[in-house]
Design a protein around this ligand. Structure first.
Ligand SMILES: *Cc1c(COP(=O)(O)O)cnc(C)c1O
Length: 430
């Protein structure tokens, strides 16, 4: 179906420039710090840009220690490895620190949250999502501890920049003696009860990937309050060299350190974090107004949270969902008056040059994790292979994935461009 020839969209002209989901926004300072690194010859994984980024992020978030790393994923890997060793001791060389251990993990998230559990030999158990924040459901987490009382590690993500109900999650972790890894990759600058995300985990991480609220093109940072922990992460990230006159290795090493060039880009972005958040907030408010007359809602914001508004997402009311089929790799729908579906809206936007995205497909629906357990708020624990989730079963993540999508949320999007996005969405429901 070519939406440009569809009479429903008559009179709409394509965007002159692509209207991105969330693209990097440079300001000029980034170039200066990159040039500075090159001029002074600090073109390495050591240098003033890294030092400055580590200091500034730790201060902004409110943590004692930080370690600049090559990516958010690298930071998650080392965070999970550190807490795994703390809980279960040092593994035999070549084995993971979580070998055969179950770990509770957010279900509706980017796969990067989960993969490092497997790098360490752990077995993720997916915890369903709650309606109020689109993050891990504390009720489902509590149920999961009833099913698996021995679990000692929980990994949560704050999705789309909206904080998890972290007080409740932490209270449950404390009650069961479990440690918490906080994936704040998407939520730099967001607060829960006035406290920055990135402060709540026994180890926390932030990402500077190209589409995040501020970027270094890539890069990530590890955050904690223990000097011993920060030292260990720094050592592991630079091939685990011992402090000896020659290369001596007692532990497995990684090449995960941040580059001073990339740190230069991040350093240049730091002064613009609040500006980016304000722009993203304005985008959300324009969508809220412009879409108010349609049978849709936006991704929810719990009362005690101030998000960074990284992405604005749309949720279509069940009664306004067009008849559609979604398989593992493809989908089909029938256009119906007064109704639409995520696939139709995304295709229509794309036809005119605007980029949206589906919601993160829940982990329990991923073929790679079909043998992994998934726990919902009703206390049911099943694997996809067993045929779950059964018809009629409570499965919040699957429902949000079915009815939701991420809207173009680029901070360079003009009000006129956004009006056109809003108009296209209206035409989908026409
Ligand atoms: C982006 C992202 C990551 C990974 O960060 P990278 O820097 O791309 O490795 C992890 N978790 C979530 C939720 C993310 O959105």
């Amino acid at each position: 179906m070519n939406y440009r020839n569809d009479p429903r969209f008559s009179g709409i002209e394509p965007f002159e420039r692509t209207c991105w989901l969330s693209s990097p926004t440079m300001h000029g300072k980034e170039q200066e710090w990159v040039d500075d690194a090159i001029r002074t010859n600090w073109v390495s994984t050591v240098g003033a840009n890294i030092d400055e980024v580590e200091k500034a992020i730790a201060e902004k978030v409110g943590r004692k220690y930080s370690v600049g790393l090559a990516s958010g994923t690298a930071a998650l890997h080392l965070a999970i490895k550190f807490l795994g060793e703390k809980l279960y001791g040092k593994p035999i060389v070549g084995h993971g620190s979580l070998e055969g251990k179950r770990v509770f993990c957010s279900d509706m998230t980017f796969e990067a949250t989960v993969n490092p559990i497997l790098y360490e030999g752990g077995i993720p158990v997916f915890i369903d999502t709650e309606v109020e924040s689109w993050n891990m459901d504390p009720v489902a987490l509590e149920k999961a501890f009833e099913v698996f009382p021995d679990v000692k590690l929980v990994v949560i993500a704050h999705l789309y920049g909206t904080p998890t109900k972290i007080d409740e999650i932490k209270a449950i972790c404390n009650e069961h003696g479990a440690l918490l890894v906080e994936d704040a990759a998407e939520s730099l600058g967001s607060t829960y009860n006035g406290i920055q995300t990135g402060t709540f985990g026994d180890a926390s991480i932030i990402s500077f990937n190209g589409n995040k609220i501020i970027t270094g093109s890539s890069g990530g940072i590890f955050l904690c309050d223990s000097e011993e922990e920060a030292k260990k992460i720094r050592k592991w990230s630079t091939q685990s060299r011992e402090d000896t006159p020659w290369y001596l290795h007692e532990e497995l090493g990684y090449n995960y350190r941040m580059s001073n060039i990339i740190a230069g880009v991040v350093r240049g972005q730091l002064p613009y974090l609040e500006e980016h958040i304000a722009q993203k907030k304005a985008i959300r408010e324009r969508y809220a107004q412009g879409l108010a007359d349609l049978p849709v809602s936006l991704n929810p914001i719990p009362a005690n949270c101030v998000p960074n508004y990284w992405l604005t997402c749309l949720l279509i009311e069940d009664s306004a969902m067009a008849d559609f089929y979604r398989g593992d790799r493809e989908e089909h729908w029938n256009s119906e008056s007064g109704k639409s579906c995520p696939g139709e809206i995304l295709s229509a936007l794309k036809a005119f040059g605007a980029e949206g995205r589906p919601i993160w497909k829940p982990m329990h629906q991923q073929p790679i994790y079909k043998n992994h357990e998934f726990v919902t708020a009703d206390g049911k624990c099943t694997t996809a292979k067993e045929g779950a989730p059964a018809e009629g079963r409570l499965d919040v993540g699957a429902d949000i994935f079915r009815r939701g999508l991420c809207l173009p949320s680029d901070n360079k999007m003009t009000a006129e461009q956004q009006d056109k996005v809003i108009e296209i969405i209206h035409r989908c429901f026409a």
